[in-house]
Design a protein around this ligand. Structure first.
Ligand code: ZN
Length: 314
C-alpha cells in the first residue's frame, strides 16, 4: 500500500501544482488531462483521488483504509468510467449523476472519466451541467489523448492539463529495456511494454532479415522467404515501419546527429545502410512509406512489395 502519486514517473510540476491548489482550498473541480497514452495520466488522477478522499492528509497518506481502497479501485467516493465497447454511453452518464445524488456519502467525491473522447454526444450533453458546476466537494478528472477529439462544450468547462511524453531517462528509471526500445517508445510506457514483448522483437528481427534480402538478393522476387511475412497487411505495415526507422537512422549517421539514432543495437546494419547515397536512402524511405500506406489502403501486400522492389532498382 502506498501513495499512488509516489509511483507516477515525471509530471512532478503538474502534481505539485494541483496538490498545492487542493491544500490551499481553491482547487478547480473539473480537470481535463490530455497527453499520449501510457504516460501516467490515469495514475495521476487516481493519486489525486487518494489525496482528495484521504481523511489523514491533504496529500494522501497512502496508509489509511481510504487510500487503500482507492489503490484497489474500490472506494465508495470514487467512480471510474471507461468506454463499454467503443463508447461511453448514456447509461454510464446516468450512473455518474446517480452517484452524485447519493445522500449516504459524506466527504469528497471523485469521478475519473477515462477515454473521455469516447463519450457519445448524448452522454456528454447530459453531463455538461454537472461538469460546469459540480456539487461542492466533487471533482472530475477527464482523460483523453488530446483536446481535439472532445466536444468544445466539454473543453470549455474543464481546466486543461497537458501531460508531456516521458523522457528516455524517465522510462529508463522504471523499466530495464534496451536503448532502441526506450527511444522507440517515444515517452510511452504502454508502447515500451509492447516493444519488449517477444513477438514484437521477433517481428523486428524479421524486418531486418527481409530488408537484407531486399537490398542484396538479386532474386528477391523469386524468393519465397519474405512473401509469407507479407500476407498479413498489418504485419507488413509493421515490418515496413521498422525499415523506415533503420533508414532514418542511416541518414542521421550520415548527418552525424548520432543522438537521434534509435536503433542503437543495430550498428552494423545502420552503417551498411549509410554507405548508400543520401538520394538512395531518401528514395527508399519515401517508397517504404508509400508501400506502408498502400497496405493500409487494401492493396495486395505482395504485389505492393514487388512494385516497391522493381521501382527501387530503376
Ligand atoms: Zn490516506
Amino acid at each position: 500500500m502506498a501513495r499512488m502519486l509516489d509511483f507516477v514517473l515525471g509530471h512532478q510540476d503538474i502534481i505539485s501544482k494541483l496538490v498545492t491548489s487542493f491544500e490551499q482550498g481553491k482547487p478547480g473541480q473539473t480537470y481535463l488531462f490530455v497527453g499520449p497514452a501510457g504516460i501516467g495520466k490515469k495514475l495521476t488522477a487516481l493519486g489525486l483521488a487518494q489525496a482528495l478522499l484521504c481523511p489523514q492528509s491533504p496529500r494522501g497518506c497512502g496508509k489509511c483504509p481510504s487510500c487503500f481502497r482507492i489503490s484497489q479501485g474500490a472506494h465508495e467516493g470514487l467512480k471510474i468510467v471507461e468506454p463499454s465497447g467503443a463508447q461511453i454511453k448514456m447509461e454510464q452518464a446516468k450512473e455518474v449523476i446517480e452517484f452524485l445524488s447519493l445522500k449516504s456519502l459524506t466527504g469528497n467525491r471523485v469521478i475519473i472519466i477515462d477515454q473521455a473522447q469516447s463519450l457519445n454526444p448524448q452522454a456528454a450533453n447530459s453531463l455538461l451541467k454537472t461538469l460546469e458546476e459540480p456539487p461542492a466537494g466533487t471533482f472530475f478528472f477527464l482523460i483523453a489523448p488530446s483536446v481535439a477529439g472532445l466536444m468544445q462544450t466539454i473543453r470549455s468547462r474543464s481546466r486543461i492539463v497537458q501531460f508531456k511524453p516521458l523522457t528516455m531517462e524517465d522510462l529508463a528509471k522504471k523499466v530495464k529495456a534496451p536503448a532502441w526500445a526506450l527511444k522507440s517508445a517515444q515517452g510511452s510506457f504502454e508502447k515500451l511494454a509492447q516493444l519488449q514483448e517477444g513477438p514484437e522483437q521477433e517481428l523486428r528481427q524479421k524486418s531486418i532479415e527481409i530488408l537484407n534480402l531486399f537490398l542484396k538478393d538479386k532474386d528477391f522476387l523469386l524468393n519465397e522467404a519474405w512473401r509469407s511475412e507479407f500476407k498479413d497487411r498489418a504485419q507488413g505495415q509493421r515490418l515496413l515501419s521498422y525499415w523506415v526507422s533503420f533508414m532514418k537512422d542511416a541518414v542521421y549517421l550520415q548527418e552525424d546527429v548520432k543522438n537521434q539514432i534509435i536503433n542503437l543495437d543495430q550498428a552494423p546494419l545502420i552503417k551498411a545502410l549509410a554507405e548508400s547515397s543520401r538520394e538512395v536512402l531518401l528514395n527508399l524511405i519515401q517508397k517504404s512509406l508509400r508501400a506502408e500506406h498502400a497496405l493500409g489502403a487494401n492493396r495486395d501486400p505482395q504485389l505492393v512489395m514487388e512494385e516497391f522492389y522493381i521501382t527501387s532498382k530503376e
